[in-house]
Design a protein around this ligand. Structure first.
Ligand code: HEC
Length: 194
């Protein structure tokens, strides 16, 4: 067998074995990425459904109170049902101070800001990485959330006075207003220990 072909076979075998080992260890990055995206689809769908239901049944002021009470619970429930993931939302301009980004999330979103300025569509932006912290490895995934028309009632620049008053009462340090349609409102942020 010519040496070139032999070497090609050895390299291909090494690649396959590495992929199998990583998969065995739950560290197949592409598979984790796909899993994160599927979880976001479910979580985002639950949040949006609950938000629309609340606005329709009780109006936007009550919907602010609803988001305040229910949004963190919906995230906690999504995490519990996910099989080991931590699922939540963050923003460079958070409403809930508990949603302020850590360094990893801030860096990912700052990078998205640059890519949006360069013309990339918000909905396509995501960042996936396997990170190590204090000797523990985890998979982290951040995906940008665009601002839609529905969001403007509570995150736009012409918020109705009664809605604005309710937001101020619940979130005195609110930074999450003044967004325009299509801008990045924040991001889904997921992590899974490996
Ligand atoms: C009825 C008012 C209302 C509407 C409409 C609304 N939000 Fe919010 N949003 C809130 C409230 C209240 C919070 C804080 C929830 C909490 O305490 O976790 C929030 C929090 C968030 C967060 C978490 C980060 C942060 O700033 O605390 C994101 C991301 C977000 N909203 C995106 C959106 C998007 C995208 C839409 C449109 C699809 C939207 N929101 C529509 C009221 C609203």
């Amino acid at each position: 067998m010519p040496t070139r072909i032999f070497l090609a076979i050895v390299v291909a075998a090494a690649v396959v074995v590495t992929a199998l080992v990583l998969r065995e260890r739950g560290e197949d990055k592409l598979a984790l990425e796909a899993e994160a995206q599927a979880l976001i689809k479910d979580f985002g769908g639950s949040l949006l459904g609950a938000l629309k239901g609340s606005i329709e049944s009780s109006g936007p002021v009550e919907a602010v109170a609803f988001c305040n009470k229910e949004a963190p619970g919906i995230a906690a429930q999504a995490s519990r049902q996910s099989g080991g993931w931590q699922i939540s939302r963050t923003s460079l301009k958070p409403r809930n101070p508990a949603s302020a980004p850590d360094d990893f999330e801030r860096k990912a979103m700052s990078d998205f800001v640059g890519r949006i300025a360069a013309g990339e569509p918000v909905a396509s932006l995501h960042h996936a990485e396997i990170v190590e912290h204090d000797g523990r490895r985890s998979f982290r995934y951040v995906q940008a959330i665009p601002t839609g028309e529905l969001c403007l009632g509570c995150h736009g620049s012409a918020i109705k006075p009664d809605v604005a008053a309710k937001i101020r009462a619940l979130y005195p340090d609110d930074q999450a207003t003044g967004f325009k349609p299509g801008e990045m409102r924040g991001a889904f942020t997921l992590s899974k220990p490996l």
